[in-house]
Design a protein around this ligand. Structure first.
Ligand SMILES: Cc1cc2nc3c(=O)[nH]c(=O)nc-3n(C[C@H](O)[C@H](O)[C@H](O)COP(=O)(O)OP(=O)(O)OC[C@H]3O[C@@H](n4cnc5c(N)ncnc54)[C@H](O)[C@@H]3O)c2cc1C
Ligand code: SF4
Length: 646
C-alpha cells in the first residue's frame, strides 16, 4: 500500500535525499534508495489519489465521460500544477500557422505538439507502454554518422541497467526477435513475460509485407521489410524461462493486486488502462519502504543554494484544492537533491533556480519524435479488425539503422491497431459523420445522416478496414530547439515560470519525414489498399498542425507533410563528459553542483527512434546506484585522529 504524507508535515525537515517528481525516473530512484535505508522525501506536484483503487477508478470514469479522448482526458486540470494538453494548439488560416493557449508559451516557428501530465506517477499515467530498446549505434551517431551527439556511456555499459528496468517496469517481449534485430546482445536473454499476442492485422501485414523490397528515395537505398513484435510494459503471459526458469509474477492493480494481471485488449492504454495491466510507477510506489516519504500536492519552485557549489534543499508550495492555486510555501533540506520533474519542468526548475547552467545549455536541445501519420482503407471483404488490443503490437524496423542514416533522419514504423484514431479521431469521427452531425456551418444535422441497422452496417464495414502507420522520426539534439523562461512575463498560478518553447525541424529531420511518406505509399501499395487517404495539405485554406512543405533537392518533388508530437520530450539538461558543452555527467549529476542531479529524458544526448522511457529508466537506476555510493561515502563514520595515529 502506498502511504502519503503532507508538505506541512515535512516542512523544515532534513532528509538524505529529496526527489522532485514521482514519474518513472523519480519513483525508480526513490525506490532504490529507500531499499538501501536512506531517508527519502518525494515531492510530487500532482493531486494524488490514484494510489488507491477508488481513486484510480475515478480517473477511469473521468476518461469515460470525456467528450474528446486526448491523452490527458483522464486527468482533471490542476490550477496549482498546470500541464500542457494537445488541445492547446489550434491551426490558423491567417496568418498560416497556429496559436497556442495553455501551459506552454510557444514561439515557434513550428508547434511542439506534445504533452505530459502533472499527476502522481507522471506522464506514464497516460503513456502507451511501448518499450523498445535503443540500438547500440543510437548511442554514437556523431562518431558513426556525423550528426547529433554521442553518449558518454555505451550500450554495453547500460545493459545491466536496461535489464533491471525491463524487470521493474514489467516487460513483455520476444527476446530472440529483438536479438535478431540487434538491440538485445545476448541470444539467451528472456523477457519477464511473453510477447503481447499479435493482432489479426499484424499477421496480415506480415503475410503481405515480409520480404518485400521498398525504395527509400532520399537515402537512395532499397530496404527489405520485416514485421517485428514490440516489447511492451504491460502484463502478458508470464515467461516460465525468465530468470533461469524461476519465472515471473505480474504485478496487478493498486489496491486490487489480483486484477489486471493480463492485458485484456480494452484498447484505451493511452490514456488509461481500466484494469491496470499497463505498467505505471504506481506499482513501484507500492514497494516504497517506510523510509520513503511521498508528499503529493507539493509543487517545487526552486532549488536552494548551499555552501560553496553545493545545494541545500528545495522550496515548495503545498496546495489543498487543485481547482485553485492557493498554496502555502515550505522548505525541506537534504544531502542530495534529485530533479525528476520531466525534461521540460526540470529545465524550468534549473533556470528558475539559476543553477547548473555554466555551459549555457540548460533548456537547449529540446527533442521529441516528430510523428508522421499515414492512413488508408483496405478493400471491402478484407477487414483488419482495429480497436482491439494495445495501440500497436508490431512495427517495421529496417529504417532505424544503417547507412541511410547519414542522408536523412532514421524512422521507425508502428503498425497502428487503433484504426484512424490518431489521424481523424476515429471511430467517433466516423459515427459523427455518418449521423450527419455538425455537418454544415450552423452545426445542423445533415439530411443524409444514416441511422439504425444501416449505420451499424456501414460503421462495421468502414471502421473495420482502417489501417494507420505511425512513423516516428529521430530528432537529434539541436541547441536552437529550447526551453526558456521569462519570470516577469509568464508565470503560472502559484507563481512558477511557465516554459517558453522554441521549436523547429531541421533539414535532416524534414528529409526523414519526406522519406517516411514515400515509403508509406509503397507499403500501402504492397498491402493492396483500396485507397491511401493520407492528406497533409491545407483543408479549406487551413493547414493541419505541424504542416510544412518540403523538397529534398532543388527542383525535386515537393510534398505537403505534417507531424504530431509523440510525448517524448528530451535533451533539456543534456549529458556529456565535458562541463563546457553539457549540463549533467554520465550519472546525471550536474557538472556545477556535486549534490544536485537532474534525471529523466532531459539527460539523453540522443533518443534514436525508440520510445525513450526504457532507456531513461535504465539511466535513473544507474544514477540511483551512484547516489547510494555518494551517500555511503558522505556518511562514513568519523574517525578522530589521535596522537601517534594517522
Ligand atoms: C501520450 C504519451 C504517450 C507516451 N507513450 C510512451 C510509450 O509508449 N513509450 C515510452 O517509452 N514513452 C512514452 N511516452 C513518454 C513517457 O511518458 C515519458 O518519457 C516518461 O513518462 C517520463 O518520465 P519522467 O519520470 O522523466 O517524467 P514524468 O513522468 O513527467 O514525471 C515527472 C513528475 O514530476 C512531477 N512534477 C513536475 N513538476 C514538478 C514540480 N515543480 N514539483 C514537484 N513535482 C513536479 C510531475 O507531476 C510528474 O509526476 C509517452 C508520453 C506521452 C505524453
Ligand atoms: S489493451 Fe486494454 S487491457 Fe491492454 S493495456 Fe491497453 S488498455 Fe489495458
Amino acid at each position: 500500500m502506498t502511504v502519503t504524507t503532507t508538505g506541512c508535515a515535512v516542512d523544515g525537515r532534513r532528509y538524505d535525499v529529496i526527489v522532485v517528481g514521482s514519474g518513472w525516473a523519480g519513483s525508480l530512484v526513490a525506490r532504490h534508495l529507500g531499499r538501501q535505508g536512506w531517508q527519502v522525501l518525494v515531492l510530487e506536484a500532482g493531486n494524488g489519489g490514484t494510489e488507491t483503487w477508488a481513486g484510480y477508478q475515478d480517473s477511469v470514469d473521468t476518461f469515460s465521460s470525456a467528450v474528446i479522448k486526448v491523452p490527458n482526458a483522464a486527468y482533471r486540470p490542476n490550477a496549482a500544477a498546470p500541464f500542457p494538453d494537445v488541445l492547446d494548439l489550434h491551426p490558423t488560416a491567417e496568418p498560416p500557422g497556429y496559436t497556442a493557449t495553455g501551459h506552454f508559451v510557444q514561439t515557434g516557428p513550428l508547434p511542439y505538439g506534445t504533452d505530459y501530465v502533472r499527476a502522481l506517477g507522471g506522464a506514464a499515467m497516460h503513456w502507451l507502454g511501448a518499450i523498445p530498446r535503443m540500438h547500440p549505434e543510437d548511442y554514437a551517431t556523431r562518431d558513426r554518422y556525423r550528426y547529433g551527439r554521442n553518449w558518454p556511456v555505451t550500450a554495453g555499459e547500460m545493459e545491466r541497467h536496461v535489464r533491471e528496468a525491463e524487470l521493474l517496469i514489467g516487460s513483455a517481449g520476444d527476446a530472440t526477435a529483438q536479438w535478431r534485430l540487434g538491440v538485445v546482445p545476448d541470444p539467451d536473454y528472456e523477457y519477464p513475460m511473453e510477447e503481447i499476442p499479435w493482432s489479426h492485422q499484424d499477421w496480415m501485414f506480415q503475410d503481405r509485407l515480409d520480404g518485400r523490397a521498398v525504395r527509400d528515395v532520399v537515402a537512395g537505398e532499397d530496404y527489405t521489410l520485416r514485421v517485428y513484435g514490440l516489447p511492451q510494459g504491460r502484463n502478458s503471459t508470464p515467461n516460465p524461462l525468465f530468470a533461469g526458469g524461476r519465472g515471473y509474477r505480474p504485478r496487478g492493480a493498486v489496491g486490487l493486486p489480483n486484477f489486471g494481471e493480463r492485458c485484456v485488449g480494452n484498447s484505451s492504454c493511452t490514456p488509461i488502462c481500466p484494469v491496470q495491466a499497463k505498467s505505471s510507477p504506481l506499482r513501484l510506489q507500492q514497494d516504497f519502504t517506510d523510509s520513503v516519504h511521498l508528499a503529493t500536492r507539493c509543487v517545487v519552485s526552486r532549488v536552494l543554494p548551499g555552501r560553496g557549489d553545493s545545494v541545500r534543499g528545495v522550496e515548495f508550495r503545498e496546495y489543498g484544492d487543485p481547482a485553485t492555486p492557493v498554496s502555502t510555501p515550505y522548505t525541506a533540506e537534504a544531502d542530495i537533491v534529485v530533479l525528476a520533474a520531466h525534461a521540460i519542468e526540470n529545465a524550468v526548475l534549473l533556470l528558475a533556480s539559476e543553477m547548473a547552467n555554466s555551459s549555457g545549455y540548460v533548456g537547449c536541445h529540446l527533442m521529441d519524435h516528430p510523428t508522421m501519420l499515414a492512413w488508408a482503407r483496405m478493400p471491402q471483404g478484407e477487414p483488419v479488425g482495429p480497436f482491439r488490443g494495445p495501440g500497436h503490437t508490431t512495427g517495421l524496423e529496417c529504417f532505424r539503422f544503417g547507412a541511410g542514416r547519414g542522408r536523412r533522419a532514421p524512422f521507425r514504423i508502428e503498425i497502428g491497431n487503433w484504426g484512424w484514431g490518431w489521424a481523424t479521431g476515429a471511430p467517433f469521427s466516423n459515427v459523427g459523420a455518418m449521423l450527419g452531425l455538425g455537418g454544415d456551418a450552423k452545426g445542423e444535422i445533415k439530411e443524409e445522416g444514416i441511422f439504425g441497422p444501416e449505420l451499424r452496417h456501414r460503421l462495421g464495414d468502414e471502421i473495420n478496414r482502417q489501417v494507420q502507420l505511425q512513423i516516428a522520426v529521430e530528432q537529434h539534439a539541436d541547441p536552437a530547439n529550447r526551453v526558456t523562461i521569462d519570470p516577469r512575463g509568464h508565470r503560472d498560478g502559484v507563481g512558477n515560470p511557465r516554459p517558453i518553447l522554441h521549436y523547429d525541424l531541421d533539414k535532416q529531420v524534414r528529409d526523414g519525414v519526406f522519406a517516411a511518406r514515400k515509403v508509406s505509399q509503397q507499403i500501402f501499395a504492397a498491402l493492396g489498399v483500396e485507397k491511401d487517404f493520407t492528406d497533409h495539405g491545407p483543408q479549406g485554406g487551413v493547414a493541419p498542425l505541424g504542416h510544412f512543405r518540403h523538397q529534398v533537392e532543388p527542383g525535386g518533388e515537393v510534398l505537403d507533410l505534417a507531424y504530431h508530437g509523440a510525448g517524448h520530450g528530451a535533451g533539456t539538461h543534456i549529458m556529456g563528459s565535458r562541463p563546457g558543452s553539457s549540463v549533467v555527467d554520465s550519472y546525471q549529476r550536474t557538472h556545477d553542483h556535486p549534490n544536485l542531479f537532474a534525471v529523466g529524458c532531459g539527460s539523453m544526448p540522443s533518443i534514436g527512434t525508440s520510445n525513450p522511457t526504457l532507456t531513461m529508466a535504465a539511466l535513473a537506476l544507474r544514477s540511483a546506484e551512484k547516489i547510494h555510493r555518494d551517500l555511503a561515502e558522505l556518511h562514513q563514520p568519523v574517525t578522530h585522529a589521535t596522537e601517534g595515529t594517522r
